[in-house]
Design a protein around this ligand. Structure first.
Ligand SMILES: O=C(O)C(=O)C[C@H](O)[C@@H](O)CO
Length: 266
């Protein structure tokens, strides 16, 4: 029996748009609840969410057999971190702040077994191989790994074509909040110069045949990004949804006026 099929990677290859949600509460319960909403993917955020290795593993486990594919974002793209996450069953990664082709090539090698890469052999201890119940795991795992790198700075944009051309980079996610900050528009991910930079980046990513990813918590912006060609996109966060629902419920009951806390679009 081979490694589990990566349904997210297959969908991107077949050109099927994938709708997602950011999950940053650091709770397997919250991830499981979110999967019931029917999102194609859930981003398990180890960069900005209070997630450590056990918590990320628990969330990966909670999503097993659901319609929502876990995409794991480690705090940084470090081989030792990715090795542990791979053995915990992560098959798709979103790596933050990638700015050079050298960085991207190292990430490709980190998530693949030799000779294509340097991943250590230890999946027999982990969920990845269904705890050693998957005889052909080692020889089939590489093909089911999906590596998405984040370009979210001017340096990353400058290296985009070189990064997109690398075999093993399956997609590029543009981080609008950090890109805006680096471009001098901190807290303004929808500033026109940022949007134009994203439009240009999407065109270049597509030219290389790679998937285009992004996220926003503003619905109008989500429709604009989709029209720009986003192949996978998160349209909200669990944290934001919870705050809006809790604040709104109290406000509604007490008949308090005032607009919803919309957040800064990030
Ligand atoms: O730069 C960005 O935008 C991202 O990488 C997403 C952020 O981490 C944040 O917007 C998630 O809420």
């Amino acid at each position: 029996m081979p490694a589990p099929k990566n349904t997210f990677k297959a969908a991107l290859r077949e050109g099927r748009f994938q709708l997602g949600l950011w999950v940053a509460l650091g709770s397997a319960y919250a991830a499981e609840i979110a999967s019931g909403s029917g999102y194609d993917w859930l981003l398990l955020d180890g960069e900005h969410g209070p997630n450590d290795m056990p918590l990320l593993g628990a969330q990966i486990g909670a999503l097993r057999g659901t319609v929502s594919h876990p995409i794991v974002r480690p705090p940084m793209g470090e081989a030792w971190l990715l090795k542990q996450l791979l053995d915990q069953g992560a098959q798709t990664f979103l790596i933050p702040m990638v700015e050079t082709a050298e960085q991207a090539r190292a990430l490709v090698r980190a998530v693949r077994y030799p000779p294509a890469g340097i991943r250590g052999v230890g999946a027999g201890l982990g969920r990845a191989s269904d705890f050693n119940r998957t005889p052909e795991y080692l020889t089939t795992a590489n093909d089911e790994i999906c590596l998405i790198v984040q370009i979210e700075s001017r340096a990353g944009l400058a290296a985009l074509d070189e990064i997109a051309a690398i075999e093993g980079v399956d997609g590029i996610f543009i981080g609008p909040s950090d890109l805006a900050a680096d471009m001098g528009y901190l807290g303004q991910p929808a500033a026109p110069p940022v949007t134009e930079a994203i439009r240009d980046a999407f065109a270049r990513i597509h030219k290389h045949g790679k998937a285009r990813g992004i996220m926003t918590v503003v619905l109008e912006q989500a429709h604009e990004y989709r029209a720009m060609g986003a192949d996978f996109m998160a349209i909200g966060t669990d944290v934001n949804c919870l705050v809006k629902a809790m604040d709104g419920l109290r406000r509604d009951f007490l008949g308090l006026a005032g607009t919803q806390t919309k957040g800064g679009g990030y």
